[in-house]
Each structure stands twice: as structure tokens, then as C-alpha cells.
Design a protein around this ligand. Structure first.
Ligand code: UD1
Length: 370
């Protein structure tokens, strides 16, 4: 019997890990332990996400909470170390690029526990992003690197990563999307909000580069109010963005300017809004991917993306970091066509599970021989 420990902490981690946990749960001889670091703890970012994804209740809550990057990562590191000593897994699974991802990987590496990194090899080449630091370091520490696009293979090869540890399996976030698309479609969350199908622009913005400096935040607010003069704009506001908007007094400017500001939404409600949106404006990584898979035009308010496949094969347009560029957002007159991106087919987790099953078989055989 081999034990896998999954460490997740922020909303997108759960969306990526859920299909892998489901796929591996169908295989025999494996025990699964799910730990929630508590990096995200608000109901919509945590409990509702777990329920929407039909994940089992985590076996461990580490209660890490918010804080500066150093403090948050350090608390997660110490808590993951304790947990690893208790559970003694044969494999640690981490996903994505959040502080909890790096903390889990670092704790495991120091204890000699093999690490799997799901969504490995993405690079924005922008070292000012906390996520870029987390990606590069987590990849460096990992023993099995699961990637979702060919660019990731090139990035890892350039960094000298041993190619025999890297596997192109596809995108498990799209596995979640395809699995829950029917439920999300049925919800028609847009209807409950009094919106017309394809009649609104869906906005999410939470990156420090867009919301942490007052000048950039003010420019974002001006641009969104301008956009609301052209189309219905719906904005589920992430807690960090809301805190910044409230502390700078910009919240009322946005609301008085006609932007429909909502509390953050659970996975199904947000997917439902994406499915029927006319266009999406975001600075999130995962939403560039989801909008591409759905064929909905996506305008990314960033100067770079670690997901160039969403531009070459999807619907993503990088509009740079000047929010004034939102004046170019358009809702197309025709219905969107979902884009075909190789291996973003809803079956990535099965391929990942095959890789992990053989990795475990090899390392258990080595352990027996030693
Ligand atoms: C984190 C990830 C980011 C990811 C995002 C997804 C890092 C470095 N960043 O950003 O890559 O795109 O999650 O949502 O790990 N807060 C709450 N309630 C919560 C969580 C956060 O109020 O449940 C507030 C707190 O004020 C906190 C702030 O949001 O300080 C930022 O939270 P944090 O987890 O540090 O980063 P995110 O911005 O959520």
C-alpha cells in the first residue's frame, strides 16, 4: 500500500488536484490523504469550492491563513513538515504556483519525500511575480513534473531539468471544467443576476501588480467604469481586491459607475457566468485557460503570460498593464466556438495517474531491493 499526500491551499489548487485525486482513487493499492493549508479560508474560496468539486472533506486543516509572503510561506512550511512527519507519505502531490505549493514542496524535499508537481514548467519570465518564484523553485525540488503544454517542456529543458522526470499529460483544470460544465450550465447564474446571455463582460482582477498600488488600482477603476458605459460589467471581487478598493475609497466609485460588484463566487457559479459571458477580463492564470477552453474571448490585463498556449491556440489577448486598453474589449456577435488545445481534452488526470502509478511501482520496488 502506498500513501499519497495532497497539499492544497488556494482555490485553483483544488480545481487542479480534484480530478487527479478522483482518478487515483479508482486505482488499487493507494491511500490518499488530503491536506488544506488554509491559505484561502473564506467560504466562497474554500468550503464552497470543495463542495462544488465534490472533493472529500480534507483530512487535515493546517490553518495557515493570510499574511506577508514570507510569514504565510513559513507557517505553511512548518505545518507541512509536521504533517509529513505524521503521515509519512510515499509521494507528495502539489499543484500550481501559490505559496502553499512551494511550502509543501520545500518541506517534503528536506525530508526526502518524493514530490509531484502538477502544472509544472509554466514561466512568465517575470521575477516580480510571487508565483514565478514559486513555480521555478517547486519545479527544481520536484521528482515528477507533470506539464500541460509543450512550452513547459521547452522551459524545463532550458533550465537543465532531466527530461526523464517530465511528462506532458494535459490540463487537469480542463478535466474539472468538462466534468462540471453540465451542472454549471444548468445553474444559469447569470439569469438569477438579471443578465442576458452573452450580454455582459465578466471581470476578475486580484494580482498585486493591478490592485496593490493605488495609482494602478485607480486606473483599473476608471477603465472598468468606462467599460460599464459600453456593456454590462460583472465583477466578483476577490477579498484582496475588495480590501484595497475599500481602503482607497474606490469601491463606491466602481459601484456608482455602474459596475456590478459581487462577492466572490463558488466554482459552479463562476463557471456558469463564464459559460454565458460575452467576454472575460482577467489577470488570473486559470481563467485564461478556462475561457480559452470555452471559446469565450479573454482579455488579460498583464504584460506577460506564463500560458502562451492560450494565445496561440485559445482566445486570450494580452492587453498589457495599462487598464486604458480595456476600451478595446468587444463582445463578438457570433456564438463562441470552444478551442481545441492538444491534451486539454478532459482526460489529463487519467494520464497523470498512469505516470504516478508507474513512478510509485518503481520506487517501491527500489525500496524493497534496498
Ligand atoms: C493566491 C495566489 C495567486 C492565485 C490566487 C487565487 C500566492 C502567492 N498567490 O493569491 O497566485 O491566483 O491565490 O485566488 O499564493 N483573503 C481573504 N480570505 C481568503 C483568502 C485571502 O480575505 O480566504 C485576503 C487576505 O486579505 C489576504 C489576501 O486576500 O491577505 C491575499 O490572499 P493570499 O492567499 O495571500 O493571496 P491571493 O491574492 O489570494
Amino acid at each position: 500500500m502506498a500513501t499519497l499526500l495532497y497539499v492544497a491551499g488556494a482555490r485553483p489548487n483544488f480545481v487542479k488536484i480534484a480530478p487527479l485525486l478522483t482518478a487515483l482513487s479508482r486505482r488499487s493499492g493507494l491511500e490518499h490523504v488530503l491536506a488544506h493549508t488554509g491559505q484561502h479560508y473564506d467560504r466562497e474560496l474554500s468550503a464552497e469550492i470543495l463542495g462544488d468539486l465534490e472533493l472529500p472533506r480534507p483530512d487535515h486543516f493546517l490553518g495557515v491563513g493570510s499574511g506577508s509572503h514570507g510569514a504565510q510561506t513559513a507557517r505553511a512550511l512548518a505545518a507541512c513538515e509536521q504533517l509529513l512527519l505524521e503521515v509519512r507519505p510515499d509521494l507528495l502531490v502539489v499543484a500550481g504556483d501559490v505559496n502553499s505549493t512551494l511550502a509543501g514542496a520545500l518541506a517534503a524535499a528536506k525530508l526526502g519525500t518524493p514530490i509531484v508537481h502538477l502544472e509544472s514548467g509554466l514561466r512568465s519570465f517575470d521575477w516580480t511575480m510571487p508565483e514565478e518564484i514559486n513555480r521555478v523553485l517547486t519545479d527544481r525540488l520536484s521528482d515528477v513534473l507533470l506539464t500541460h503544454s509543450p512550452e513547459a517542456l521547452d522551459n524545463l529543458a532550458r533550465e537543465g531539468v532531466d527530461g526523464s522526470t517530465v511528462f506532458l499529460v494535459g490540463n487537469t483544470m480542463v478535466d474539472s471544467l468538462r466534468r462540471f460544465e453540465p451542472n454549471a450550465r444548468e445553474r444559469e447564474t447569470w439569469r438569477g443576476l438579471g443578465l442576458d446571455r452573452r450580454g455582459y463582460v465578466l471581470v476578475t482582477l486580484h494580482r498585486p501588480s493591478n490592485v496593490d498600488t493605488p495609482a494602478q488600482l485607480a486606473a483599473v477603476v476608471r477603465a472598468l467604469v468606462g467599460l460599464a458605459g459600453e456593456a454590462e460589467v460583472v465583477f466578483p471581487v476577490h477579498p484582496r481586491t475588495r480590501a484595497r478598493l475599500e481602503s482607497t475609497g474606490a469601491w463606491s466609485t466602481l459601484v456608482d459607475g455602474g459596475v456590478r460588484c459581487l462577492d466572490p463566487l463558488g466554482y459552479l457559479d463562476f463557471l456558469s457566468l463564464q459559460l454565458a459571458a460575452g467576454a472575460v477580463v482577467t489577470d488570473s492564470g486559470g481563467i485564461q485557460e478556462e475561457a480559452s477552453a470555452l471559446g469565450v474571448p479573454c482579455y488579460t490585463l498583464r504584460p506577460n503570460t506564463e500560458r502562451p498556449i492560450t494565445i496561440s491556440h485559445g482566445t486570450n489577448t494580452l492587453i498589457g498593464d495599462d487598464p486604458a486598453a480595456l476600451r478595446d474589449v468587444r463582445i463578438p456577435a457570433v456564438e463562441p466556438t470552444p478551442r481545441v488545445i492538444p491534451l486539454w481534452d478532459g482526460h489529463a488526470a487519467e494520464r497523470a495517474a498512469d505516470v504516478l502509478e508507474s513512478f510509485l511501482a518503481r520506487s517501491l520496488a527500489r525500496g524493497r531491493a534496498a
